[in-house]
Design a protein around this ligand. Structure first.
Ligand code: SF4
Length: 344
């Protein structure tokens, strides 16, 4: 196993059986994390990039079985932020050292392409030294091109699973993995830095599914890879299942770092929710990005993808200070930088 991990580090690849063996046991975690940390330090030093997350709408036309803001959840109080409110979040974030703003929302048709383009270009105009990332789901290639032309440069779209049959167990009829993959490849061709990713431990997930995800990521070669443990939300069809596993998530972060040395990998809020030190553990396992919330405090707890989400009560400045302390206690440091991917 020791040689296998070293080979993985050298070749950034391994055969299916080896990867599966690594996934199912925690026996080699210590070595895996150490190797992953060495790789991340070689490329990124101890730098941690911050992204200011602005959750600007919790309306969504979709009905994903695992998601707390799915269309059928009538317990959610819905909200939308205006362009001015979004800009106010960016102003606050800029003063705190954020140089990337991530506009994230459900698939909300209220925000037509024109409005998204206006939002993007207004941010770019006021903050020319910042990057705008979008995370607003599946749209047409033409829409993506318009967003790029307006100045957006990164796009996050988790594929959730690369296995067709399993995708159908997580999503209602009408949502197609094929379309999601089409979106990801379109975004890449247009020139976006693209982020994909998946949940760890949702109902019915197997090691085979995880292997399929790793193989899909090898094909896509994304710049960002976001994974986090599946966490239940009380008003969804998956409410009765158990949360995903912290240790498997950390192991996967380490594997991803070894297979995709250059990747921007966040220590997600979901990790911090499943364990008080989850994000620090994520960094030590190979993650190099954190995404604190810049949304107005009044709407934070309404973007409840899962239960008990952390950091919904603090002001942006408090979040930033708290993260600064956590990141440095873990042995890394937050930098004021747009934080681009460092490919060879
Ligand atoms: S996961 Fe995304 S697309 Fe699915 S219901 Fe939630 S916000 Fe909508």
């Amino acid at each position: 196993m020791k040689e296998m991990i070293q080979q993985l580090r050298e070749r950034q690849d391994a055969d299916d059986e080896s990867l599966k063996q690594l996934l199912v046991t925690s026996d080699w975690d210590r070595m895996l994390f150490r190797e992953a940390d060495l790789v991340r330090r070689k490329i990124y030093g101890d730098d941690v990039y911050v992204r200011g997350l602005i959750e600007f709408t919790n309306y969504c036309r979709n009905d994903c079985y695992y998601c707390g803001i799915r269309r059928s959840n009538h317990h959610v109080k819905r909200y939308r932020l205006t362009k001015e409110e979004i800009l106010a979040c960016c102003r606050e974030g800029y003063l705190l050292g954020f140089r990337t703003f991530v506009l994230q929302g459900g698939e909300d048709s209220y925000y037509k392409d024109d409005l998204i383009c206006q939002m993007v270009s207004s941010i770019r105009k006021e903050f020319p030294d910042c990057i705008v990332t979008l995370s607003i789901g599946e749209r047409s290639r033409e829409s993506y091109q318009a967003f790029y032309d307006a100045g957006a440069r990164r796009y996050l779209l988790r594929h959730e699973t690369a296995d067709d049959a399993y995708y159908q167990k997580l999503h209602p009829a009408g949502m197609l993995l094929e379309n999601r993959k089409r979106c990801l490849f379109d975004l890449k061709e247009i020139g976006f830095q693209v982020g994909a990713g998946f949940m760890v431990g949702p109902p019915f997930q197997t090691v085979e599914h995880l292997l399929t995800d790793l193989r899909f990521l090898q094909k896509l070669q994304p710049d960002m890879i976001g994974i986090g443990p599946f966490l239940t939300q009380k008003d969804t069809p998956f409410s009765g299942f158990t949360n995903g596993s912290l240790s498997l998530t950390l192991r996967l972060i380490a594997l991803l770092r070894l297979m995709f040395p250059y990747a921007l990998i966040p220590a997600t809020t979901a990790l911090g929710t499943i364990h008080p030190q989850g994000r620090e553990m994520g960094l030590k396992a190979g993650a190099n990005v954190v995404m604190p919330n810049l949304s107005p405090v009044g709407v934070r707890n309404l973007y409840a993808l899962y239960d008990n989400k952390i950091c919904t009560g603090e002001e942006a400045a408090q979040c930033r200070d708290c993260l600064e302390r956590r990141v440095s206690a873990a042995g890394y440091h937050i930098v004021t930088d747009v934080g681009n991917v460092k490919r060879k």
